[in-house]
Ligand binder design. Structure first.
Ligand code: IVH
Length: 673
């Protein structure tokens, strides 16, 4: 059962929840959810409003215009605007940024400068003749708040610049240092520990605390909270004194200002991307929180030349590391029957990007886990990537639960989705298993299907041979047959020299099946031969089929929601993932050939018995020529082939749909004999 969302209702609920989260974040300084969860819900609201602009209201959180100016502080104008940066999220976006620069500076070399992006609040420090005279927050980029008194309490900000040999001129005239005020992770932890001991509520995150602290009107309070400053920019009236961003950083160190020592210069995009990867892995080791990197053109004359678009300089971008959490809606919970007879529930989601890849399903492990987390169809859930690879459901956003939802009934779902099996759950076990369907029986069935005529067509792999192989333990999954060697097979009772050789050869000869036969052979629930053909035609490889979304799948003729979910659930099963890898290792390579058949776009139904061909044969030949073989007449059926002993219903239906009605002879002509 799929859940449809009603946009108007959803928008209303999202707004209310976002307002609550926003109040907790900004006013109470105690958010109850992760930033990524907030962002994810916010972007869902935004995209709904794009889709349904008539539902936008002036009080929607999306309509708030950013303005950080508040009362209480004197306003102060910036000497030059305090800009922000465009975000990029992957290598291709960095590449296009570099291409744009190349186009604007044709034939000119440029170096890149990269630094870690600190997650705090921006602040400009103005030194006059070496003395700190003013500190201004970013504000609206032109005008900020004068927070000089508070900034003076930050211990690593020098009240007087150091005058080092060679850098004396920076203590003459005006020197502006821009950077980020943060709270270091260790200070944040220590502060929270103290608060906990004193019975006070903990602060939620260092960035909020830093931002909230700097806006305190009482500097004594600020002094009690350990803030820290790291510079990323240096401005002088004579810009030639700071020719590159690297020289700015060297000067900052020389005049006693803290900056990141990790910053570096690169001549190639590859170099930059290596830096990106290194800090993606090591970012947790940094003393402060980061959400990415800043990449700039190193040469400051080029930087200026490249200009500004809107609020952002063209010469720099912020590379954002991916959020590892996101929210989405559970469309359905599909139960997948594993090789061992174990029933595993899989949640199917509206596709969402988490840590850089699209996620549309996650294993819910077992019935108890669903109860423990109380995950229901229609719920909005927070998902995260465990170990950065496998998506998991973290929790349910209860505020967005549909009013009419009910707890997921695992046993009912089993009987609805897998009616041909009976399930049992042994004492103390969490797993439901198909009764009497021990692993070997299920495997033998699956293998027989895999080897059957419509699938890989390995005729030496009949029922008895299959059972012998499974019982011997030589074959534990479908792909294992490709590892069978003559010496192993000959040892089994059933086989003699010739039969063992024949079996091994036949299996080895079946390493290049057509894609549709292979797909059909996998035994995915609800995927019959016609669906397999349609899937092959649409996706052209297992690789693309594997990552197809439910919506992609539903574009395929004859694939509805149930079939689409079943396919997604099959590929979501880790057993099946490793099975596919194993096929690859054994060089089993299904191939796809675009059907150039003359029956492309035509569909056939047979009613009654034909004299010279079985129904199966007709199906095979129609399909071989690119046509579709259907079991029932539909609106779009091209031909109904009428044989002997015809029942009336198909005929009547065909007549009402204006399907062409032909006899066996005419069929043979169409098929070409
Ligand atoms: S360079 C035009 N370097 O991130 C602004 N900014 O999204 C050039 N930030 O406004 C800024 N760490 O407040 C730069 N290492 C770093 C940074 C950094 C944090 C902040 C800064 C900036 C914002 C851009």
């Amino acid at each position: 059962m799929m859940m449809l969302i009603q946009p108007e209702k959803r928008i209303k609920e999202l707004r209310a929840l976002i307002d609550t989260f926003s109040y907790e974040y900004h006013m109470l300084d105690s958010p109850t959810v992760d930033d990524a969860v907030y962002d994810s819900l916010f972007s869902e609201l935004k995209s709904l409003e794009v889709k349904y602009p008539e539902l936008i209201t002036t009080d929607s959180p999306t309509q708030r215009v950013g303005n950080e100016l508040s009362g209480g502080f004197k306003k102060a104008e910036h000497s030059t605007r305090m800009l922000s940066l465009n975000d990029v999220f992957d290598k291709s976006e960095v590449e296009s940024w570099v291409k744009r620069i190349d186009k604007l500076l044709p034939g000119r070399k440029h170096e890149f400068f990269a630094d870690i992006k600190m997650d705090g609040l921006a602040c400009a420090l103005i030194y006059q003749d070496g003395l700190l005279v003013r500190a201004i927050t970013r504000g609206n980029s032109f005008v900020g708040e004068d927070v000089t008194d508070n900034v003076r309490t930050i211990k690593n900000i020098p009240l007087r610049l150091r005058s080092t040999v060679g850098f004396e001129k920076f203590s003459i005239g005006r020197t502006e240092v821009r950077g980020e005020i943060v709270m270091l992770k260790k200070d944040f932890a220590r502060l929270n520990k103290k608060r906990l001991a004193a019975g006070e509520p903990e602060f939620a995150n260092p960035r909020n605390l830093a931002a909230g602290t700097i806006r305190q009107l009482d500097p004594k309070l600020v002094a009690a909270r350990p803030l820290h400053f790291r510079a990323y920019d240096l401005l002088r009236d004579d810009s030639s004194e700071v020719p590159t961003n690297m020289s700015a950083y060297q000067t900052l160190s020389a005049i006693g200002i803290t900056r990141n020592l990790e910053a570096d210069i690169f001549t190639t995009l590859n170099g930059v991307m290596k830096f990106v990867d290194i800090w993606d892995k090591k970012r947790n080791e940094l003393p402060f929180n980061t959400d990415g990197l800043v990449i700039k053109v190193n040469d400051r004359a080029q930087y200026v030349e490249l200009g500004i678009v809107g609020k952002q300089p063209r010469a720099a971008v912020a590379y954002k590391y991916m959020a590892e959490k996101a929210t989405t809606i559970v469309r359905d919970i599909v139960i997948s029957l594993g090789r061992t007879g174990a029933a595993t529930p899989v949640a199917v989601f509206n596709p969402v990007i988490v840590a850089g890849t699209t996620v549309q399903h996650a294993s819910l492990h077992n019935a108890d886990e669903i109860i423990r987390k109380d995950i229901r169809i229609g719920d909005t859930v927070v998902i995260f990537k465990a170990g950065d690879i496998i998506p998991q459901v973290d929790s349910v956003v209860l505020e967005l639960r549909p009013k009419d939802s009910s707890m997921f009934d695992f046993e009912k779902a089993l009987s609805e989705q897998l009616p041909e099996y009976k399930f049992e759950r042994s004492e103390g076990e969490v797993v439901y298993r198909a009764k009497g369907m021990t692993g070997p029986i299920l495997l033998a069935r699956a293998l027989q299907h895999f080897a059957s005529k419509g699938a890989l067509d390995i005729d030496t792999l009949g029922e008895k041979n299959v059972i012998a192989l499974v019982e011997s333990g030589l074959v534990n999954n479908l792909a294992d047959i490709y590892s069978l060697r003559f010496e192993q097979v000959i040892k089994l009772d059933r086989f003699a020299n010739i039969s063992a050789r024949k079996l091994v050869d036949a299996i080895q000869a079946a390493k290049k099946p057509t894609l549709e036969r292979f797909i059909y052979g996998l035994g995915i629930r609800h995927v019959g031969i016609q669906t397999a053909i349609d899937l092959a035609n649409r996706f052209e490889s297992i690789k693309t089929l594997r990552v197809a979304t439910i919506d992609d799948l539903q574009q395929v003729e004859g694939v509805g929601e149930v079939v689409a979910e079943s396919i997604v659930a099959w590929f979501a099963d880790p057993d099946n993932e490793s099975l596919l890898r194993q096929f690859e290792r054994f060089m089993v390579q299904p191939y796809f050939k675009k059907s150039s058949g003359k029956l492309l776009g035509m569909s056939f139904v047979v009613t009654g018995t034909l004299e010279s061909m079985s129904r199966e044969e007709v199906g095979n030949r129609v399909r071989a020529l690119g046509g579709i073989f259907q079991s029932a007449v539909a609106k779009d059926t091209t031909y109904l082939v009428v044989g002997d002993k015809v029942g009336g219903s198909k005929l009547k239906k065909a007549q009402s749909y204006t399907v062409k009605i032909i006899n066996e002879l005419q069929l043979k002509e169409i098929l070409g004999n």
